[in-house]
Design a protein. Structure first.
Length: 269
């Protein structure tokens, strides 16, 4: 299956609430948020977790749908897994990319798949490794790969400012890849390594394979986790339901689609 040049979107009301696709029926609507997404300004709940992971990595966030409520706001799925609406200028929602597939992915184990496709910064390294990487960075001893990842540079409370791109450089050390991210979240949170981060802190995030759920019958590939945040949903703050005319669509199909590194699709066992 070739995923190059595919158009990324987000789930809709119909797929999640009105007539949920079988993939949603199976896995539910609550979704875990990555450390990278939290560091970019994403909301994370300390009270709710996904059913399959009770660790810090299993904490849920809220995320955007591509549907409008008809009054200029965007529908979202909350940290508890229900549907609500929010202001289209808000930046603290999680991004859960979705791909509509033109054909099924071959599968010998059943209808639903969990696959790996692409790479992206996701989880903070251990405190010891972070200290080591920071020392190497400061002494200019860590190797750049030449690849970058583009995010929005805005704070999560800068509702009235448009997307301003910022590129994180990728580094390689001992066969693993990392980005030195900036903790842009205006709220202090403990990330998955057990360390608390404040706005302005440096955070070393490991680049790792993205995981996706696939529903072959519905021809949908859905990110397992919320992988980014900090992006204002809509240019005008008033969402008319045309997803292609939003900053979120631009981010997904201008930057995210090129930032993930194509990899061999394989089933996770």
């Amino acid at each position: 299956m070739d995923f190059d040049n595919k158009e990324y979107t987000l789930l809709t009301d119909e797929q999640t609430i009105e007539d949920p696709i079988d993939l949603i029926e199976k896995y539910g609507l609550k979704c875990a948020i990555t450390d990278f997404a939290i560091s970019l300004g994403g909301y994370v709940s300390d009270d709710y977790k996904v059913d399959y992971d009770n660790s810090l990595k299993g904490r849920t966030g809220w995320y955007y749908l591509s549907s409008s409520n008809g009054d200029g706001d965007v529908h979202v799925i909350s940290q508890v897994g229900d549907c609500r609406w929010d202001y289209a200028g808000i930046r603290s929602g999680g991004v859960r990319p979705t791909l509509m597939l033109s054909e099924s992915i071959p599968d010998v184990s059943g209808r639903f798949l969990e696959i790996e496709y692409g790479e992206y910064p996701q989880y903070v390294v251990s405190v010891d490794i972070e200290e080591e990487l920071e020392e190497m960075f400061k002494s200019n001893e860590i190797k750049k790969t030449g690849k970058t990842y583009t995010t929005d540079s805005r704070r999560r409370d800068e509702y009235d400012k448009p997307f301003e791109k910022f590129e994180y450089e990728e580094y390689e050390y001992n066969g693993r890849k990392y980005v030195r991210a900036y903790y842009r979240n205006t709220k202090t949170h403990t990330l998955s390594n057990g360390k608390k981060y404040n706005e302005g802190d440096n955070v070393w995030i490991e680049v790792s394979p993205l995981r996706w759920y696939v529903d072959n019958d519905s021809k949908i590939m859905l990110s397992k986790n919320l992988i980014a945040s900090g992006v204002r949903f809509c240019y005008s703050h008033k969402y008319d339901g045309n997803f292609k005319n939003t900053e979120m669509y631009m981010f997904l199909n201008t930057y995210f689609s090129k930032d993930i590194i194509p990899s061999v699709v394989q089933e996770v066992t």
